[in-house]
Ligand binder design. Structure first.
Ligand code: NAP
Ligand code: MG
Length: 463
């Protein structure tokens, strides 16, 4: 059976329980490029049963053998890197360079990191007269968003498999084709049947069935805070483990006297990457009042290079584009100064939004508080460092942040930020460092050893 006809369950592509499908749209052309089956509760049940049946065998497989399979998965993904990048470009609209480097290169690296981590990771440790064992939690339900279609999958599936868990994945409705390439790579890597399963379909149907299934022991979700809240509530009612990677409204803080020529372009590169569809985007830029107008002018100059259709891709869907345009209208209505960009479509075709800079944004405005998930950046002015800290920490979110300034002062400031990761003076993304949020940005951490322990139980044996 052709991949596009079914669900990946128990080691092969199985027909879906119903004939329902969802459409995949290329957001640059607005054309339907594929249809994939929309999974039902019945498909989820079959996938969870397969994962349960595979769990005793996989959890008892020695870590070195699990590492070998994960290394084979990395290699299978690497062999398909051009296909992955082209697929991400087709269904997400990511410009080819971004699709290759970030959407393809990063997940291959993350998969490899778990094969390596297994060589040294201690699954038991001595505490006095006890041995503490770290054991796989069981069957993992993974629910992923469309913004980094492959990375979000690998950041859950690789550590779960490394831990000895088995998995049922429900990828995002908007980007199921990348997920299918991933499932094919898993197949080629030679995992035992049922260790990894995938059901495509709609969140409120297939996703919810996965959350509510009594056969899933842990739900790992990345997406909106609204859906995360509901999943957390359902998991709480069932006393099921849950990991939530949710939204953000992260601040880039330019301390007094910092080098604007470094801070402003780097902050915008972060905020506009992936067309601003990133949970950790630095969408608020905080600048001291003495440097504020200079920073805003530099921002306007900088974004001129982000040409829609070239360096800046479209948004994933018409719905996301409309949502972002609604925020731009709200920004204007609430009195922010539109420096550049706006709601005018930059191209005739595709869900493009011009890179948009707002100045004179105050903390009470909607565009200073809510996650926009598009190429929209708010420049905010502060009086002194305490004021900057109040503004930076003054949202319900706490995912990421950045600080620019004299190194000692910048680190002191970073320590006071309520955020799961802070980049100091342009520090690079580290795929081994824990990633996750404070406050309503989530619960739990992904990547590296911290990401692996999310999928482990602890058991103490006393001697
Ligand atoms: P979303 O609805 O939270 O989707 C994330 C994942 O959850 C998708 O696989 C989705 O399926 C699934 N889902 C939706 N409702 C569900 C339910 N009731 N039970 C179980 N699973 C469910 O996010 P979205 O609608 O794609 O995007 C909306 C906003 O969320 C964005 O504008 C952005 O602000 C935020 N977002 C954040 C991140 C992040 O990385 N933190 C990523 C994406 C979006 P479907 O694909 O079928 O909806
Ligand atoms: Mg949705």
């Amino acid at each position: 059976m052709k991949a596009h006809d079914g669900m990946y369950i128990d080691g092969g592509w199985r027909p879906a329980a119903t004939h329902d499908t969802t459409a995949v749209v290329n957001p640059a052309t607005e054309e339907v490029i594929a249809r994939v089956p929309a999974g039902s509760a019945q498909d989820v049940d079959a996938a969870v049963r397969a994962a349960r049946a595979a769990f005793p065998g996989w959890s008892a497989t020695p870590p070195a053998e699990r590492a070998a399979r994960i290394a084979a998965l990395r290699d299978a993904m690497a062999a398909r890197k051009d296909e992955i990048a082209a697929t991400v470009t087709a269904e997400l609209g990511a410009p080819p360079k971004l699709a290759q480097a970030v959407h393809t290169g990063l997940p291959i690296m993350v998969a490899g990191s778990y094969a390596e981590l297994l060589e040294t990771f201690p699954f038991d440790e001595k505490v006095g007269n006890s041995t503490v064992l770290l054991e796989p939690v069981g069957v993992v339900g993974a629910i992923t968003p469309w913004n980094y279609p492959l990375h979000q999958i690998v950041a859950k599936v690789a550590p779960a498999l490394a831990a000895g868990c088995t998995v049922v994945l429900k990828p995002a409705e908007d980007t199921p084709l990348t997920a299918r390439v991933f499932a094919e790579a898993v197949h080629e890597a030679g995992f035992p049947a049922g260790v990894f399963n995938m059901v495509t379909g709609l969140g409120p149907v297939a996703g919810q069935a996965l959350v509510e299934h009594t056969g899933t022991d842990l739900i790992s979700f990345t997406g909106s805070t609204a859906v995360g809240r509901r999943i957390g509530a359902a998991a709480g009612a069932a006393v099921k483990r849950v990991a939530l990677e949710l939204g953000g409204k992260s601040a880039s803080v330019v301390l007094p006297g910092a080098d604007l020529a470094a801070a402003v372009p780097a902050g915008l590169a972060n905020a506009l990457s992936n067309s601003g569809q990133r949970c950790s985007a630095l969408t608020r830029v905080l600048v001291h009042k003495d440097q504020y107008e200079e920073a805003v002018a530099l921002a306007a100059e900088t974004v001129a290079a982000y040409t829609p259709g070239d360096r800046l891709g479209p948004l994933v869907s018409a719905a996301q584009r409309d949502r972002v345009l609604g925020y731009i209208e709200k920004g204007v209505a609430e009195g922010a100064r539109l420096v550049t960009g706006g709601t005018e479509p930059p191209l005739e075709r595709g869900y493009y939004v011009s890179p948009t800079i707002f100045a004179d944004v105050t903390p009470g405005m909607t565009i200073a508080q809510e996650e926009i998930f598009g190429p929209v950046v708010a420049f905010m002015e502060y009086e002194d460092e305490d004021d900057a800290l109040r503004i930076a920490n003054g949202t319900v979110y706490g995912l990421a942040g950045a600080v620019w300034g004299e190194p000692g002062a910048a680190v002191d400031f970073a320590r006071r930020m309520e955020a799961g990761q802070v980049d100091v003076n342009g520090g690079r993304f580290n795929p081994l460092a824990p990633f996750g949020g404070y406050k309503q940005s989530g619960i739990g951490r992904e990547l590296g050893a911290h990401g692996l322990t999310e999928y482990l139980h602890t058991k103490s044996l006393q001697f």
